[in-house]
Design a binder for this molecule. Sequence first.
Ligand code: PEP
Ligand code: MN
Length: 297
Amino acid sequence: MKNLKLTGVKEDGLRTVVEISGLKLGQDFVVIAGPCAVESEDQLMRTAVAVKEAGATMLRGGAFKPRTSPYAFQGLGLKGLKILDKARRETGLPIVTEVIDTRDVSWVGEYADILQIGARNMQNYSLLREAGKSGRPVLLKRGMYSTLEEWLNCAEYILAEGNPGIILCERGIRSFETFTRNTLDLNIVPAVKGLSHLPIFVDPSHGTGVLRLIEPMSMAAVAAGADGLEVEVHIDPSSALSDKDQQLSPLAFARLMRKVSALRDALAAIEADEANRGEAREAIAAVMDGKDKGEWA
Ligand code: PEP
Ligand code: MN
């Protein structure tokens, strides 16, 4: 891929780690959870407490919602951001929230620990530049019709403004399949790891849009090597004002977290075993090398 001057893998192999309130995104496995939209103080606070209890380490919630219909709930705006701020103070969870307008970047950045740029705005170059200038970490979602090259070039826009804090997030692409809301492209996880130093997260909620697929696809994302997940959770999904069909209940989210944690432990054990085998192979090779040179004669 051409011209990925800042986004491409580094010569020294170092990967980007984005530090937020003691969390190290790209190094620690991080789960961002919370409702699609902030709907009320009660809804957000109860959801925040529940996701924290289940093990999430960041809270999400949209105050500005890019909706297909102009008549659908558009988010609470500033009121929503103030509620998110309160949730951060009460739970200690840092906040991820979407910004959809260049004019809002600087003041939304005062409330957000991470600015989310959504799929529909991935190639909004003015927004990317503005987010780059803000210096706030950015969660850049993949556009629903975007290739990997186009996506990485959008990250390049943010980096080119001097902002190194970018986290990529795969959220599914449009395909001919209509059973799922989108087709979650998990190929992209190891592909990104080979091409870029940026952390890569997966959003199985928008990626599937089907409740019962969210847990298995979260596990699949972990197995593919994702650095974290972004999952929609609502205290009472049936009353949600947006994305009603894909928000997990706190109970279902807690189960997902237990399974993800067990899978991560199992994968870590496999990695440790592989590393030991590698060391053993090297030790045997060193001994054989000495033998060839007559040291054993
Ligand atoms: C969201 O995370 O709330 C959202 C709108 O996601 P996307 O931009 O991936 O559709
Ligand atoms: Mn949503």
